[in-house]
Design a protein around this ligand. Structure first.
Ligand code: ATP
Ligand code: MG
Length: 252
């Protein structure tokens, strides 16, 4: 990987870019994943490359929802595998939930490489290599899912997902938690809970929130969700972007 000086003002962003590029070289990530990362970077820049109050609130709601789930499942795609593989394994462990490799540009080779990567990092249950069910409303290649994983989960975490697939999962009656830096994307608007944050910050924050809330009763967890309004969270994210931009102008 290219050496990036730690003193660089946008160090974290450049490291993430290198990791996604490296994911392509190693065969985890599709070339389209590079474009997705670029779009994410642009929104992260607008947000100030930090976890905003609305993202923190959504993260807490997501943690409560995952802890209340009967059958949670966590989706892993090529960008997630490049950026936060160890962090996803830790989140899966904290929840006792399976990880399912779920690719938009699916090739069996990439699925296998990502599954091997997750297992090498200590993942207990990795699904996705042998899909045995189809998500209704999606074309054959995109519909593939696994029983015991995403297909019959009640709560699914999709860090980076296409809008159509997010919608199809919601239509199946699942609660869907998305991580997406674009508060306007179809994914963000379709999801039950949207964390508008970079996955490199969101996934570790979510694991911390799961650990912090894991001692709460079902009643107390439900209370966290009672007053959660995803539409309001997305509006707040847009306001946070506006406030950040105004701040930039003041400083110049
Ligand atoms: P829509 O849902 O409106 O159809 P899209 O699916 O066409 O949008 P893509 O470029 O295909 O958008 O997917 C990338 C999405 O993932 C973008 O919304 C982008 O902001 C988001 N994204 C990319 N990298 C990250 C990241 N590191 N962390 C969080 N979100 C990211
Ligand atoms: Mg899309």
């Amino acid at each position: 990987m290219t050496e990036i000086p730690k003193s660089h003002p946008r160090y974290a962003s450049l490291v993430a870019r290198e990791r996604v590029a490296d994911g392509v070289k190693k065969g985890f990530t599709s070339t389209q994943g590079l474009i997705a990362q670029g779009r994410g970077e642009a929104f992260d820049y607008l947000l100030g490359e930090k976890t905003t109050p609305s993202a923190a609130k959504a993260t807490r709601a997501a943690a409560a929802m995952l802890l209340l789930a009967e059958r949670p499942a966590l989706s892993v795609n090529g960008n997630v595998a490049a950026l936060v593989p160890q962090e996803m394994v830790e989140l899966a462990r904290a929840l006792g939930a399976p990880l399912e490799v779920n690719l938009f540009h699916r090739t069996e080779e990439r699925v296998g490489k990502i599954a091997d990567l997750l297992r090498s990092l200590g993942a207990k249950e990795v699904l996705g290599e042998w899909p045995d069910a189809a998500v209704p409303g999606l074309d054959h290649a995109r519909a593939k899912a696994t029983r015991g994983g995403i297909y019959d989960a009640d709560v699914v975490l999709i860090p980076l997902e296409d809008g159509d697939r997010c919608e199809a999962l919601v239509k199946m009656g699942k609660k869907v938690i998305a991580v997406d830096l674009n508060p306007l994307s179809r994914t963000s608007r379709m999801a039950t809970v949207t964390i508008v944050d970079n996955i490199v910050r969101a996934v570790p924050n979510l694991t911390s929130a799961v650990r912090e809330l894991s001692g709460l009763s079902k009643g107390d967890l439900s209370k966290i969700l009672e007053d959660y309004d995803n539409n309001r969270i997305l509006h707040q994210a847009v306001e946070e972007i506006q406030a950040h931009l105004e701040e930039q102008f003041k400083n110049t």
